[in-house]
Structures are given as C-alpha cells and as structure tokens.
Design a binder for this molecule. Structure first.
Ligand code: SAH
Ligand code: SF4
Length: 375
C-alpha cells in the first residue's frame, strides 16, 4: 500500500466530513461561505446515496466540486479483512486512520439482517466471560467511525442509496466491542445519523443499544436517544454479578432495574431485552431462572439467552443445550418471551464476546500514541 502500512487516512490532511451531523455540516459549509442548501445537498450525497467522492455529486457545479475536494474528503474505515462464515455471517476487521482496529459483524436471517457495530477500541470494563474485556481500553470511536461501520457495510452489501424497503441491513445493534454508554456523545451523534430520515433512515425501533448497566447514562439515553435497550444482566444476585459484570459494584442490580423500569415508552411492543449468558453451573439453574422472573416483574421484558461462546483462555463452560432449553421453558411458562441466541459465525470468531482485534498485540499505551509508561 502506498505510504506504508499505517497510511490509511493519515496521509490525507483534508478534513473528513464523515460523521458530521446535519447541523455540523451546515456550520462547516457556513464557514466556507456556503448556504444551508449546500449542506443539505452534500448530506444527501453522503448519507443517502453513499457517495465517497465529490466528483459524483452531479447536482453541484464542477467548480464547487473541485473546491470541496481540495478542502474535504469523505472517509471510510479501511477494510483489513472481510470474512464470510459458513452460515452467511460476515465479519470485517477495520483499520481506523490512527492504525487501531475494530470489528463489525453482519448477521443475515430470514426476513432480517442485523449489523453489530463497535463503539470503542477495547473496553474499560472487565466482564470475566468476555474476550473484549481482556483487551485494554484504547480509545472511544468518533461518531464518524461508529456510523462509518454502517456505511462500510452498505458499501460492501451494495445497499445504496438507502432502500425504503427490502433491505439487507434492517437492524443495527450496538453490541460489538466496547461499552457504548461510556462513549455517550459520539454514540448519540452516530445514532442521530442512523436515524436521519433523509440519510441512513433507520427507525429508532430498529436500533438497539446494549449496555452492561451504566445507570445515569441509561436514563439520559432514554430521554435523548429513544433507541431500544438491551441490558447485559447475566446474573440475578449481586454477589455473582459483581464477578461477571464488575460494574455491578458501582450500580447494583436494584438500581439498574429501577432505571429500566423508568425507561420511557416501554410497552408490550417495546420491551427491554435482558441478555443472559448461560455459563455452566454458574448461573444456569432452575432457581436462577425463577429468580430472574422475580426480579424482572413489572418490566416489559424479553430475555435473550446467549450460550457462552468460549475463547482461548476463557474460564467458563457453556451450558448444555438441554439446560438452556429448560431455563428458557421456565421463563416462557411464566408468559415472558425467551429466545435462545444461536451462535453465529463461530467459525470466524464473530460470535458475541469473541471480538478482539489483532491490534491488541501492540501495547495499549503505544496504540494511544503515548510514551512508554515507565519511560
Ligand atoms: N458492552 C456492551 C455491549 C457489547 S457486549 C455490553 O456489555 O452490553 C455484547 C453482548 O455480548 C453482551 O451482552 C455481552 O455480555 C455478551 N458477551 C460477551 N462475551 C460473551 C461470550 N463470551 N459469550 C456470549 N456472550 C458474550
Ligand atoms: Fe465491555 Fe460489554 Fe465485554 Fe463487559 S461484556 S467487557 S462491557 S464489551
């Protein structure tokens, strides 16, 4: 590749318009003496048509296109590898402009297709069953890098301009690497871009944010983002959840569930998903299932049982399929919806909790561009 392995976007000093919201793009255009309609035109080309070069913006004069091209670019994360699983799941390893890497996964199913996107490089949290949790946190993704994953996937699936129906990507889940609510502002800006009706045009009901339970930000997200919520619950007793999801020590189950109860516009049609990883002999007994029903009483919920996906060096076992079935039955018998997540893309390590980029071979301080901590 010209300019060496990390060239990516580094060699290009033009400002990247990717990730600017409609309001930010308007301000940007004002700064170069352009009016609002120019921003609207460009917004449409970038987020509705998926264009990455000003040259293709055919309703803008040639002179103006050249001027824009001198000052700006429209970036995409660089695709390092693109893998397709036997079951059709796709996984992309993406390299960002500074050389850091993240993963994005597309899961096609009959009648729907879910894109799982990352919000951070690594994660500050250390959930004991999660592979990403063993990777040091490096940095937050920018809004452009988060929305850029959706745009990259649309490029790859040939899904421009934004289709009004018959889409391949019908749903977006913030369930990749990182804790989205620890990168609130950028996630909010990216969600706004995904929701823009004249751009990527995803309904807020088709965007799900998964969190380990950052209580104040759950409340904020309810007020400001109104996306669907998934909570990584995984345990119904604080002593166990303290180990599995250590942020529980800061916001224990009771506080977490209080924030869930208060989440706006919950109804039978708009339920909170509770994710529950099934760990053999740890949290998978009949008593656990009954306790789960008890603690969720009164919250419009659905439960997503996730058979634990092992990774090299993990210390947990996956519950037997019979155990998972039985656990699900207890929940369904009480009238609560319970789905069992089939592991997808396991042959390409694309399943939940398996995401961990190759860039972790480089120490975190180096990836942050810092001096050696002991230097
Ligand atoms: N940080 C956020 C979102 C990313 S994790 C969160 O924790 O919710 C996405 C989901 O994958 C979470 O429910 C997480 O608990 C689950 N997960 C992590 N590691 C897993 C593993 N090894 N097997 C199965 N699910 C896992
Ligand atoms: Fe981070 Fe979520 Fe993994 Fe926990 S489960 S370490 S919050 S990515």
């Amino acid at each position: 590749m010209p300019g060496g392995p990390l060239a990516g976007g580094n060699a290009d000093s033009r400002k990247d318009l990717m990730g600017l919201t409609r309001a930010e793009l308007t301000t940007e255009m004002e700064q170069i003496g352009e009016k609002r309609f120019r921003a609207d035109q460009i917004f449409n080309w970038i987020y509705f048509r998926g264009v990455t070069s000003f040259e293709n913006m055919t309703d803008i004069s040639k002179g103006m296109r050249a001027k824009l091209d001198e000052t700006y670019r429209i970036g995409r994360p660089e695709i390092v590898t693109a893998q397709v699983s036997r079951d059709g799941t796709r996984k992309w390893l993406l390299r960002l402009a500074d050389g850091n890497e993240v993963e994005t996964v597309f899961i096609p199913e009959p009648g729907r297709g879910t894109l799982c996107i990352s919000s951070q490089v690594g994660c500050t949290l250390t959930c004991s069953f999660c592979h990403t949790g063993t990777q040091a946190w490096v940095r937050n993704l920018t809004a452009g890098e988060i929305a850029g994953q959706v745009m990259m996937a649309r490029d790859e699936l040939g899904e421009w301009p934004t289709p009004s129906d018959d889409r391949q990507i019908t749903n977006i889940v913030l369930m990749g690497m990182g804790e989205p609510l620890f990168n609130y502002d950028n996630v909010k800006a990216a969600v706004d871009l995904c929701k823009d009706e004249k751009g990527l045009n995803f309904s807020r009901r088709r965007i799900t944010l998964s969190t380990s339970g950052i209580v104040p930000e759950i409340r904020r997200a309810g007020a400001e983002m109104q996306v669907m919520l998934a909570i990584s619950l995984h345990a119904v007793r604080d002593d166990l959840r303290d180990i599995l999801v250590p942020i529980n020590k800061r916001w224990p189950i009771k506080e977490l569930l209080a924030a869930c109860r208060d989440y706006p516009s919950l109804s039978n049609a708009r339920r909170i998903t509770f994710e529950y990883v099934m760990l053999q002999d740890i949290n998978d007994s009949d008593a656990d299932a009954r306790e789960l029903l008890r603690v969720l009483e009164g919250i419009p919920s659905k439960i997503n049982l996730i058979p634990f996906n092992p990774w090299p060096g993990s210390n947990y076992g996956t519950s037997d399929p019979d155990r998972v079935q039985r656990f699900g039955e207890i929940i369904r018998n009480a009238g609560i919806m319970a789905t069992i997540r089939r592991p997808r893309g396991s042959d390409i390590a694309a399943a939940c909790g398996q995401l961990k980029s190759e860039s972790e071979r480089t120490p975190a301080w180096k990836r942050r561009g810092e001096e050696h901590p002991r230097a």
